[in-house]
Design a protein around this ligand. Structure first.
Ligand SMILES: Nc1ncnc2c1ncn2[C@@H]1O[C@H](COP(=O)(O)OP(=O)(O)OP(=O)(O)O)[C@@H](O)[C@H]1O
Ligand SMILES: [Mg+2]
Length: 369
């Protein structure tokens, strides 16, 4: 068990800055997901934690010990590159024993650990089998077993589910999360898939262009994105953005959007120009008029449990999640209302979230205690 502290970590490749002045605390026992688009520096960050790459400046401590320039073997962290990395010509038991024999553990300790891991992963009945004959799910469990049998202080995983098909990936997400609940080993998991991040993480760290933009629990990331990038990166269909018709000032509780006045959580910040953000599930279709934002239905898509309506307003295009029993029709003229507490405002210039009564009430924290 270990907490990992990263301070002002900076990594250049020639002139290119891959990781920029990153600071982050990964609390003991938490499942932390590094999430961001391709090239944003996730793997580079993970490799520095593993000791496979050294930073130009900054530090990494593991349980208070400075490990910044220690080699991987000296850190007691297990890197799981891909969960399929098994030796196919060897049996299940041999695959599990291999890392332990490498460490020179005594036979009784090896037997004890294999027994424990096999029981955790429910693969006792497979210990005598060959890898080659295993079904995908069993294979994946054995691969997980190979990582956990070493009982490292932390797991580092770089897109371990990346090569799996969607259905199997979801299954493995559930397995991984259950395993984590049992073992409570600090885990750093890299992905560019937000669904994976949401399903797995206690804490999500959103990165872009080498920078950490937000570190928060999944609910915090979803409801109070720190900036426009995070707001648009997380959530499908994405958050709606509307231009606010004038500047915003502290104390304001409504803002003008395309002639209508939209109630917002009491604003603490100031911005010359602001962008209003509201997720599709917090947009309601109402009768046109009565001061609601006027819009026209452009397109509807059926999802069984709900509809997604695409709407055109003078303030921009929006999407709304509509109840399955209310089928909106193309061309309908409607009014739009927003769930006030769920509205967020951003400074159009800095792109940062503007503090408001809602954001004040939210303490960046962690799920699962
Ligand atoms: N050894 C290297 N030499 C030069 N540039 C590198 C090296 N490793 C990474 N980079 C660059 O640093 C940036 C960040 O790379 P990194 O692999 O950390 O991104 P990533 O977030 O893991 O992306 P992906 O989702 O595609 O795996 C990229 O632009 C990459 O080209
Ligand atoms: Mg990568």
């Amino acid at each position: 068990m270990a907490d990992i502290r990263i301070q002002n970590l900076h990594k250049r490749f020639a002139d290119f800055v891959a990781v920029r002045d990153s600071s982050l605390t990964l609390e003991d026992g938490k499942f932390v997901v590094l999430l961001g688009p391709s090239g944003c520096g996730k793997t580079t960050t993970l490799r520095m934690i593993a000791g496979l790459e050294f930073p130009n400046s900054g530090s990494i401590t593991l349980d208070g010990q400075d490990v910044t320039y220690l080699r991987p073997r000296e850190r007691d962290i297990a890197m799981v590159f891909q969960l399929f990395a098994l030796y196919p010509h060897m049996g299940v038991r041999d695959n599990l024993e291999f890392p332990l024999r490498n460490e020179g553990l005594p036979r009784p300790e090896i037997d004890r650990r294999i027994k424990e891991v096999a029981s955790i992963l429910r693969i006792e009945h497979l210990l005598g089998s060959r890898i080659g004959g295993l079904a995908g799910g069993d294979r994946q469990r054995v691969a997980l077993g190979r990582a956990i049998v070493r009982q490292p202080k932390a797991f580092l995983m770089d897109e371990p589910l990346g090569t799996l098909d969607a259905e199997f990936r979801e299954l493995m997400c559930v397995e991984l999360r259950k395993l984590h609940e049992r073992l409570k080993t600090t885990t750093v998991f890299v992905t560019h898939d937000q669904n994976e991040a949401m399903a797995l993480a206690d804490q999500i760290v959103v990165m872009n262009q080498g920078e950490i933009l937000q570190a928060d629990d999944p609910e915090g990331i979803y409801n109070f994105p720190s900036c426009l990038f995070v707001a648009s990166f997380i959530g499908r269909p994405p958050m709606n953005f509307l231009k606010v018709g004038s500047g915003v000032l502290p104390g304001m509780t409504d803002v003008p959007v395309d002639g209508a006045h939209v109630n917002v959580p009491e604003i603490d910040g100031v911005a010359e120009q602001a962008v209003l953000g509201v997720r599709p599930e917090h947009v309601q279709l109402v009768a046109n008029g009565n001061g609601a934002l006027a819009a026209q239905v452009k397109h509807v898509e059926y999802f069984g449990s709900h509809w997604i309506a695409e709407l055109e307003s003078a303030a921009g295009t929006l999407k709304a999640v509509v109840d399955k029993d209310l089928r909106p029709a193309d061309g309908d003229r409607v009014g739009l209302q927003f769930n006030t507490e769920r509205i967020v405002l951003f400074d159009a210039k800095t792109q940062a979230l503007l503090p408001s009564a809602s954001t004040r009430a939210h303490q960046p924290g962690m799920r699962h205690g």
